[in-house]
Design a protein around this ligand. Sequence first.
Ligand code: GDP
Ligand code: MN
Length: 387
Amino acid sequence: MKIHEFQAKQVFRKYQVPVPEGEVATTPAKAREVAAKMDRFPVVVKAQIHAGGRGKGGGVQLAHSLEEVETHAKAIIGMNLVTHQTGPEGKTVKQVLVEAGVDIEKELYLSLIPDRETASIMVIASQAGGMDIEEVAANTPEKIIKVYVNPLAGIQPFHCRNVCFGLNLPAPVMKEFTNLLKQLYQLFVENDCSLVEINPLVITRDKRVLALDAKMDFDDNAMFRHKDLLEFRDQDEEDPLDVEASKYNLNYINLDGTVGNMVNGAGLAMAVMDTIKLAGAEPANFLDVGGGATAEMVENGFKIILSDSKVKAILINIFGGILRCDVLAKGVVEAARNTKIHVPLVVRMEGTNVEEGRRILAESGLELFTAADMKSAGEIVAKIAAA
Ligand code: GDP
Ligand code: MN
């Protein structure tokens, strides 16, 4: 689960990670009010969306008067902000963060992320922070340093020293930076983060360290123990079909292709997506209905897949283990009746009670294609989707 910058900064404050003074606003009048309260300029007006690259897309503006704050807020709230992270369709901005402007001496980059390869928490840092960090990573990777923290031992002074020296920090800011890094590590672990990123982390002209930007992503599997963080969820920022699927407890991810598919088991679902691609088509989604899927879950799965207008054909591939093929077949028939399936359906199933399942499908009067194995299922559905 991702959250907005202004929310991440609330969490930062709780952990004494320094951030500029500021407040969120949903109207230009409120933006002006926030700036008036701070009573100093410049003020920065920042679009709040779950994507980076806002600066380059025109979503971060500097204002030198209350009038300018209001003008920028008026322009940004409601705008369709397109950045390299939103995709070409962009994102509608609903709110802005109005923040005290900062006198920047240097922009650094700092992030924490779990590293599966070393089973550690990786600290990534760079002296060349700011809006072009992607280019730094691509062209001058030596300017990016990585320090690995063993989560069992936690962050130690030598980790902090290695990051400080790697960043070539001036001596007067080392202590403050070290405190910030320790606090950030604590925040990362205690909130089950999958990413914390500060870009830029700035050194101000008066040698203070401040997080100008804040990005946080949480491990969805841990959200059950962070009920307080759930309040930060903004469903407008999520894919509408993904939101719908989460209501039904389906493991669904919307993708760009035309072949919808419904599978039981995440591994099998991955294999089915490969099969679809091998046959020359593109999957429209990932959908794992789970090992013990009920007829109702199958029906919900259909609803989600069918509400995606890109879908030209659907492939159902079920291995009947815990989920018996006759139960699945009944679910398919029922769902087909209730949801008025308007695209061709290809079914491949195998396993427990498969004969009974096939009989139910054959006698249902539904128009569907049955495939003997996975490879041919992929080929049939790809051919239909391409027609
Ligand atoms: P992003 O483009 O979505 O990552 O948004 P950021 O929050 O990183 O803002 C983009 C850029 O705006 C930063 O890299 C800074 O250069 C600039 N910026 C943000 N806040 C301030 C500020 O208070 N003062 C000044 N001078 N520049 C700022
Ligand atoms: Mn940034």
